[in-house]
Write a protein that binds this ligand. Sequence first.
Ligand SMILES: Cc1cc2nc3c(=O)[nH]c(=O)nc-3n(C[C@H](O)[C@H](O)[C@H](O)COP(=O)(O)OP(=O)(O)OC[C@H]3O[C@@H](n4cnc5c(N)ncnc54)[C@H](O)[C@@H]3O)c2cc1C
Length: 298
Amino acid sequence: MTDWRQSLPTVRGRYSFDAVMADQTWFRVGGAADVLFKPIDLGDLLTFLKNRPADIPVHVVGAGSNLLVRDGGIRGVVIRLGRGFATVEREGNEIEVGAGALDRTVAMTCGEWGLSGLEFLVGVPGTIGGAVKMNAGCYGAETKDRLIWADVLDLSGKLQRLTPGELEMAYRHTNLQPDQIVVRARFQCEPGNSDEIMQRLNTLLAEREVSQPVRGRTGGSTFRNPEGHSAWKLIDEAGCRGLMLGQAQVSEKHCNFLLNTDACTAGDLEELGEAVRQRVKVTSGYDLQWEIIRLGQL
Ligand SMILES: Cc1cc2nc3c(=O)[nH]c(=O)nc-3n(C[C@H](O)[C@H](O)[C@H](O)COP(=O)(O)OP(=O)(O)OC[C@H]3O[C@@H](n4cnc5c(N)ncnc54)[C@H](O)[C@@H]3O)c2cc1C
């Protein structure tokens, strides 16, 4: 064990050393993190941040549903918010949610409460922290439309309450930096009929099953849609649907999704993604930009 790991502060949550990040991501690929830390609650996270060894890189991950961890793993400490960050509370037509809560749980809970507005989150397999950071969205709705504020910690432990405007939220974008951690968020909903909302949620889930490889080892949309275009169409027109590199494949079902069909490496997936970018550039001139966050060492 390297020295810095022996001087980690005492916390109530759990440290895992040489934690295999493939276990933490939807792609099921990626090397190990030096340390994976699951803080139990905000107090625990603050204890860690204020007493951690200086100059050690710190990263935060959510459910790993938009994440490609490279095969060389991640140096430093990876934080994944624990149970104390998964609360969902209601105050009138507004809800306050821990950043570790799953989007689907939030959408379902709102449905049961007869609160409408966050139905789109039901098919996004991430956490609320990831939804804020990525401004997750679908079916014409985005996280920013409903977000009132997000509580964000920096690595010194300073907490700021930021509005969508202050976060400069736009299509799959915020100005949040890799060293900022969303810990809590408040959303505006509207009253609705619980049965109707639940029905809508089930319809949205069924539609996803048909149009996306939701049971595959994937990272969701690989590339951002260029303005006025759909990335999947450009990829399809470039003849990339079903394209394989090792065990990595461009999904047949939705060709802006990459798949780990068996036991591919993160390198295979990234190389396949780059091959797709090149083909699209040649056929249409568009320079596709990665939406998936690539983290760690090659
Ligand atoms: C089958 C499938 C379908 C999908 N469909 C959609 C869709 O319809 N719409 C859509 O927008 N996305 C979709 N995605 C992508 C993904 O689910 C979203 O981007 C989601 O918001 C990522 O959340 P996460 O918790 O998994 O974040 P991760 O993938 O773990 O991380 C993504 C980024 O968010 C950051 N992050 C995570 N948590 C925090 C936090 N607490 N504070 C600060 N930063 C944080 C990470 O550092 C990283 O930069 C899909 C993915 C899959 C696998």
